[in-house]
Each structure stands twice: as structure tokens, then as C-alpha cells.
Design a protein around this ligand. Structure first.
Ligand code: FAD
Ligand code: EPU
Length: 277
């Protein structure tokens, strides 16, 4: 059966939580055959766009997004070892796992990712990362579907070593049967730890924490909260969040990142993925 054309021109600012990013050709795919076709030329895979700083000039490569067919939220059930599609929103998964009394995803509360993006970044908090709850991954690599045991993949702090060019299409979770009340109690703990984070447009923490310290604390004690370039500002609530007050450009954000780095005693490592720079 011929693969239908799924490409269109978009502004990536409509696909990132920072609301920044220029033009690209977006391939939204609903089948593995469409994914194979979309990834047959240079591409980048887009999740929920919550850890991305995209250039104002956009990107030249195709931007591939897994469509609704890769979202398993409706079929997420009591099976603690079920397969979940990579386009499933993490906030919905966390909530539904609580209602089903399944434990393991609580550390992901507040992470506005889809499952594939969470796996690629090994998202989490000090209460746990996504890699703690994975048994197996299914990836499309050059259009070929492969399965890998999760313990064959190296996961680190905000980092995963996925096969080059691999697109996570779904993952088999390893959850623990518990009760809705117990999971809820754990979620409340995680929520409390996030109380100081801003609610306006951002891409989460800009920098990784250096060993034994917090980038947010270092930026705070350097007196940089409220520092601003255009509409890009260091959050007044949390030093490691850069917020878009309205119409910030990627150029504004880069200018602000440079100012921050120049005013710190030692440079911090960026957590964000940079596209098009
Ligand atoms: P994207 O940002 O779209 O992409 C990130 C990377 O993953 C890119 O390299 C992309 O190519 C790759 N990718 C996406 N999908 C796939 C796939 N299917 N297969 C292979 N690669 C893929 N992060 C934390 O870890 N902890 C937090 O507490 C946290 N809090 C946040 C709070 C806010 C308000 C925001 C905006 C962000 C926060 N983040 C946090 C950052 C972000 O949510 C995570 O990094 C998340 O994992 C990104 O997932 P995404 O789906 O948005 O991926
Ligand atoms: N702090 C300050 N000033 C600030 C920010 C923080 O003094 O402006 C202090 C806090 O008072 C606390 C310490 O620094 O004593 C740590 O702060 P927090 O608990 O907010 O944690 P964090 O290390 O800044 C990490 C993750 C977050 C995650 C939270 C909650 C990183 C880079 N950040 O933040 O993840 O949500 O813990 O567990 O690892 C992300 O990665 O995008 C992200 C948001």
C-alpha cells in the first residue's frame, strides 16, 4: 500500500513548551510504514518539545512526530508489564497509574513529556527516573523494528544511550502493583518538591545539576534571578528555569545563557537539546 504524504511546513514554536523555534518540515506519522518513509532522509524526532531550544531559523532536517496511533493512554490498564506507545503523554500515564494502583512512575509527576522523549532524556526527579520502570524498548532503526531489553541500554542522569538514529516507538513498563492511596501519597511528596517551580512557558531546568549541588541554587546565590534579555528571563521562582515572558526569541535565550555562564564561578552543562544551531 502506498504511504500517504504526511509532511507540512510548520513553525516549531507551536511545538515547543518554550514557544520558540522557526520553520521546519513536520512529518506526523501514524504507522510504522510512514515512520520508515519519514526517517529515510535526515531527520530529528520530536516528542512533546519540553526539553528543546530550537533556533529562530528552524531546522533543515525533517522533524518527525509520532501521531495519535502511538498514544496508548486509552488502553493503559492494570497489567504492570504492558507495552505503551511512545507518543503517550507522561502526565496522563502518571495519573492513570495512580488510579490503577500501579507504582513506579511517581517520580515523573510534573514532567510534561511524551513517553519516547522521557526515555530519550531518562527524565525524572530525585524520586525516580523513567529507566527505573522499563523492561524493554521497541525502536525503529532505519525503518527496521528492533526490540532491546532495557538493561542493555545505558541510562544516566538526564541521559540515555539509544542506538544511533533509533526512534522509540513503544516501551514495555515494569510497574509494581500497589494501591491508589499509596501511590497518591508518594505523588504528593513529589508534588511538594516541585512547589517552587514556575508555571509559565519554559523548557524545564536549563542546566544539569553539578555533582552534589543544584544549578538553580548556584544561579540564585550569584544574584541572577530576574536577569533578562528581551522577553527571556531567569525565573524569579527558580534560578534554573528560563522563562519566556511573551515573545522571547532563541537569540534572546542564547544571550541570556551566555550572561548566566559568564557570571558564574564555573560553567554549567546545558540540559536542553539544541536544534538548528
Ligand atoms: P522533546 O523535548 O521533544 O525531545 C527531547 C529529546 O528526546 C530530543 O533529542 C528528541 O529527539 C528525543 N526524542 C523524543 N522522542 C523520541 C523518541 N520517540 N525516540 C527517540 N528519541 C526521542 N525533565 C526531567 O527530567 N525532570 C523534571 O522534573 C522536568 N521538569 C520539567 C518541567 C517543565 C515545566 C518542563 C517544560 C520541562 C521539564 N523537564 C523535566 C524537561 C523535559 O520534560 C524532559 O527532558 C522530557 O524528557 C522531554 O520529553 P519530550 O517528550 O518533551 O521530548
Ligand atoms: N534552590 C535555591 N534557589 C533556587 C532554586 C533552588 O536556593 O532558585 C535550592 C533549593 O532551595 C534546594 C536546592 O537548591 O535546596 C535544590 O532545588 P530543587 O529541590 O528545586 O531541585 P533542583 O535540583 O533545582 C531538580 C531537577 C528538576 C526536578 C526537581 C524536583 C535538575 C537539573 N533539576 O531540580 O528537574 O523537577 O529536582 O525533583 O536535575 C528538569 O530537569 O528540567 C527539572 C525541572
Amino acid at each position: 500500500m502506498p504511504v500517504k504524504t504526511v509532511a507540512r511546513r510548520v513553525e516549531l514554536k507551536d511545538y515547543t513548551t518554550l514557544r520558540i523555534g522557526g520553520p521546519a518540515e513536520l512529518w506526523e506519522v501514524e504507522t510504522l510504514a510512514e515512520l520508515k518513509e519519514a526517517t529515510s532522509a535526515p531527520f530529528r524526532i520530536l516528542g512533546a518539545g519540553s526539553n528543546l531550544l530550537v533556533s529562530d531559523r528552524g531546522v533543515r532536517e525533517r522533524v518527525v512526530k509520532l501521531g495519535a496511533a502511538f498514544n496508548s493512554i486509552r488502553t493503559f490498564d492494570r497489567d504492570p508489564e504492558q507495552w505503551i506507545g511512545a507518543a503517550t503523554p507522561v502526565p496522563g500515564l502518571v495519573r492513570r497509574a495512580q488510579r490503577l494502583g500501579l507504582s513506579g512512575l511517581e517520580g515523573l509527576l510534573g514532567v510534561p513529556a511524551v513517553l519516547g522523549g522521557a526515555i530519550a532524556m531518562n527524565a525524572g526527579t530525585r524520586f525516580g527516573a523513567v529507566s527505573d520502570s522499563l523492561l524493554e524498548l521497541e525502536l525503529s532503526i532505519g525503518g527496521r523494528i528492533e526490540r532491546i531489553e532495557a538493561d542493555q541500554v545505558s541510562f544516566g542522569y538526564r541521559w540515555a544511550e539509544l542506538p544511533k538514529g533509533g526512534v522509540v516507538t513503544r516501551a514495555r513498563l515494569a510497574l509494581t502493583p500497589s494501591t491508589p492511596d499509596r501511590v497518591e501519597a508518594r505523588l504528593r511528596e513529589v508534588d511538594a518538591a516541585r512547589a517552587g517551580q514556575p508555571k509559565i512557558k519554559s523548557a524545564g531546568c536549563a542546566f544539569k545539576n553539578p555533582a552534589g549541588d543544584s544549578a538553580g541554587r548556584l544561579i540564585d546565590v550569584a544574584g541572577l534571578k530576574g536577569l533578562r534579555v528581551g522577553d527571556a528571563m531567569v525565573s524569579l521562582e527558580h534560578g534554573n528555569f528560563i522563562v519566556n515572558l511573551g515573545n522571547a526569541s532563541a537569540k534572546d535565550i542564547c544571550g541570556l545563557l551566555e550572561l548566566i555562564q559568564n557570571r558564574l564561578p564555573s560553567p554549567l552543562e546545558l540540559e536542553w537539546c539544541l536544534w538548528g544551531f
